[in-house]
Design a protein around this ligand. Structure first.
Ligand code: PLP
Length: 428
């Protein structure tokens, strides 16, 4: 086969971009070589609809072993009773849970997208807000912390069938126990989507939702540092009474209803190459090396938050308990969009983000979201967090000054040269 030079040249360019720049997108990370190798492996050739031992295709004996290892490792990592490793993404995992637990038109209650929630938690532009009647809770304006009183008030008034907790841009821990108590008053299912802080939760650095929430979903590619994908977990509620009735009138276990919601509910064949990569990533996340890494992710986020606050930046809720922070730039007289563009010109990658009670549109925004998962994989520590905040501050102070941005870009490249990525065999 003739090599597709065009695409491989672009992939080389992308690798160079990742190596040279400072990656601060809170949902990104750099996977290990072995995770990447598995994701690009022969398992991509295999159809395996169904579950290990119960497939609709022949020749699945080896991928059955791979998927079984992935399931067992996921259960060990999160201390879960049951896992489905097949969702192609976080959005698919959430779609499967909703298909399993809800009927079209049912009410759901999730964290407001504009306060830091995710599209799949009930946004009107997403299936979750189109198929279901969605309600939301937000943060308290003065503190930036989840407004649990509002959550309870809306829950008791609207009696949603599902309460969703978890976020894409919230830097604090969650009170899952309180949310479960509210849900129990109205007979609602609690879904915790831990996509962002997944690795911190797995290694005990944040509150574990599994003892409290009926169902937990996560992506595998953020703090967890696996391939792009999704995962569904159940704790002690795996035999809960929300299971659907079979035609014979028997109550199905939640786990089997969820398995069927993934396939045949919303997906076809599972991506066994990605499942192999997930199995490797779960194994890595159980290691001592990953424990050191994830502790450093949190230390770096705290060092970075302090450096921003010291330079007069407003962090929503005043700091962080996890790997990310949301910065309101209104006192710096720059929009999220302008800041993102200027920073990208200096090879510092962040994303613009709505802040709670934002007066600008999602295309402009008043804030940026910054995370430390990716740069910590490259080996950066607290000292470099200060340096990075100085570089960001210099960009934001003079965002249209091309010669200045060029100088900052050079400094960015120089800093990152000391933290090699895939070009150096000893890294990642
Ligand atoms: N849930 C949360 C909380 C997220 O932050 C994200 C992605 O950013 C998702 C779900 C969706 O994940 P994916 O992009 O893999 O569909």
């Amino acid at each position: 086969m003739k090599r597709d030079k065009l695409i491989f040249k672009l992939l080389d360019d992308e690798q160079q971009r990742q190596e040279e720049g400072i990656e601060l997108i809170a949902s990104e990370n750099f996977v290990s070589r072995q995770v990447m190798e598995a994701a690009g492996s022969v398992a991509t050739n295999k159809y395996a609809e169904g579950l290990p031992g119960k497939r609709y295709y022949g020749g699945c004996q080896i991928v059955d072993e791979i998927e079984t290892i992935a399931i067992e490792r996921a259960k060990q990592l999160y201390n879960a009773e049951w896992a489905n490793v097949q969702p192609h993404s976080g959005a698919q995992a959430n779609a499967a849970v909703m298909l399993a637990c809800l009927n079209p038109g049912d009410k759901i209650l999730g964290f407001d997208l504009s306060h830091g929630g995710h599209l799949t938690h009930g946004s009107t532009v997403n299936f979750s807000g189109k198929l279901y009647q969605s309600f939301s809770y937000g943060v308290v304006k003065e503190t930036g912390l989840i407004d649990y009183k509002q959550l309870e008030k809306v829950a008791l008034k609207e009696k949603p069938k599902m309460i969703i907790c978890g976020a894409s841009a919230y830097s604090r821990d969650w009170d899952y126990e309180f949310i479960r108590k509210v849900a129990d008053k109205i007979g609602a299912v609690v879904l915790a989507d831990i996509s962002h802080p997944s690795g911190l939760i797995a290694r005990g650095l944040l509150t574990d939702p599994l003892p409290h929430c009926h169902i937990v979903t996560t992506t595998t590619h953020k703090t967890l540092r696996g391939p792009r994908g999704g995962l569904i977990l159940l704790g002690k509620d795996f035999e809960n009474p929300f299971g659907h009735k079979t035609p014979k009138g028997e109550i199905r276990m939640m786990s089997s209803v969820l398995d069927m919601a993934v396939f045949p509910g919303i997906q076809g064949g599972p991506l066994e190459h990605i499942i192999a990569a997930k199995a490797i990533a779960f194994g890595e996340a159980l290691s001592e090396g990953y424990m050191k890494y994830i502790v450093q992710v949190k230390k770096n986020a705290q060092a970075m938050a302090k450096a921003f606050v010291d330079r007069g930046y407003e962090i929503i809720s005043g700091g962080t308990d996890n790997h990310l922070m949301l910065i309101d730039l209104r006192n710096k007289n720059i929009t999220g969009k302008a800041a993102e563009n200027a920073l990208v010109n200096a090879d510092i990658t962040v994303n613009k983000n709505m802040v709670p009670f934002d007066d600008k549109s999602p295309f402009v925004t008043s804030g940026i979201r910054v995370g430390t998962a990716a740069i910590t994989t490259r080996g950066l520590k607290e000292k470099q967090m200060e340096q990075i905040v100085d570089l960001i501050d210099a960009v934001i102070a003079d965002p249209e000054n091309e010669p200045s941005l060029k100088k900052i870009r050079k400094k960015v490249h120089k800093l990152m040269e000391n933290f090699p990525l895939y070009r150096d065999k000893s890294s990642v």
